[in-house]
Design a protein around this ligand. Structure first.
Ligand code: NAD
Length: 304
């Protein structure tokens, strides 16, 4: 006769075990960080009262991340970027966030992610002012020049790695230090790329590829070290998305619209807003068991 998987005595012990009220019937009835937005229906995706920094937040995927985090209820999202003043799109985004109501706001801070000391100071000042630091999206990045791998100079290699590798690391460090200081759980999202996992046909940008591979590994290593401090670190690898970065190339060489599109099952580039869901998920408690992962969103580009 087959033995039951759980013996009668184990069952008795299980029945006596205190079950957390939030897990009654195996269903999570309320969040440990219940908020008004949760009641509004966002559930664990709600970011109410969270404070975030987004590097490269003046435009493109950084600005899109800032909008996504605000829409999910973040109290303050600080966009860090190079220009002294934010651009038109950022100003429009700020106004749209203000219209969302509540205490939500976008802030702009001039910052260079390559300058570790100043970045640490800037992010510390933000965290002190807001009394917390919950989310970091490291989206500042450059593509660098496209040329044969036989031609790249040391300067060209360094230029890309200074922003895409060192800058992303300094940003994650700066935010994580504040999460530790305030003893709060945190989520760090590093913008990598499918270029970190595969070579890009007809797009010879070796320093970009190697910098993104480094970002994917950076997320794993930081996730491993920081899990005990309740900080999650993941990398996000989009395929080709319509942003100022890709539009700049297409405006000079229109053939890249089809070269990049043809590699995806969907035969098109992605739109920035198509990353909003994954960014919100990664930033929020909805992804509480996800760390050290590299999430690919590429319309099928790397699936074959
Ligand atoms: N657009 C795509 O197809 C695509 C695909 C995969 C990954 N990515 C990555 O997503 C991130 C955002 O890309 P995007 O397409 O929005 O590019 P983008 O050029 O539109 O925006 C990048 C932003 O980073 C800022 N930046 C550059 N150097 C900086 C520095 N030293 N300090 C602070 N800010 C700096 C720029 O000023 C700019 O606002 C990048 O890391 C990029 O590699 C983009």
């Amino acid at each position: 006769m087959l033995k039951p998987i759980i013996s009668r005595s184990s069952l008795a012990i299980l029945r006596r075990s205190p079950i957390s009220s939030i897990y009654k019937s195996g269903v999570r009835l309320t969040s440990s960080r219940s908020t008004p937005a949760i009641q509004e229906g966002l559930g664990d995706f709600a970011l109410t009262d969270r404070v975030a920094i987004v590097t490269g937040g003046n435009r493109g995927l950084g600005l899109e991340a800032a909008l996504a985090l605000s829409a999910a209820g973040s109290r303050a999202v600080y966009c860090l970027d190079l220009p002294e003043k934010p651009g038109e799109n950022w100003n429009a985004a700020r106004q749209s966030v203000a219209k969302l109501g509540g205490a939500r706001r976008l802030e702009y801070v001039t910052a260079d992610v390559r300058d570790q000391k100043t970045l640490f100071k800037t992010v510390e000042e933000i965290a002190t002012k807001e009394g917390r630091m919950d989310i970091c999206v490291a989206a500042a990045g450059i593509s660098g020049a496209a040329r044969s791998c036989l031609e790249y100079t040391e300067e060209e290699l360094e230029e890309v790695h200074d922003v895409n590798f060192k800058g992303v690391f300094f940003s994650a460090q700066a935010a994580a230090r504040q999460m530790v200081r305030f003893q709060l759980p945190g989520s760090i999202i590093l913008l990598a790329s499918i270029a970190g996992s595969v070579a890009l046909k007809h797009t010879p940008i070796l320093p970009y590829n190697t910098s993104k591979a480094a970002v994917i590994q950076m997320a794993r290593v930081m996730a491993c070290e920081l899990a005990q401090k309740n900080i999650r670190v993941n990398s996000l690898s989009p395929g080709f998305i319509e942003t100022p970065m890709t539009k700049a190339v297409i405006s000079v060489q229109p053939e890249f619209q089809s070269i990049w599109s043809e590699q995806s099952f969907m035969n098109r580039l992605g739109k920035p807003h198509e990353l909003r869901g994954i960014m919100t998920w990664l930033a929020s408690d909805a992804s509480s068991f996800c760390t050290g992962s590299n999430i690919i969103v590429d319309g099928g580009y790397t699936a074959w």
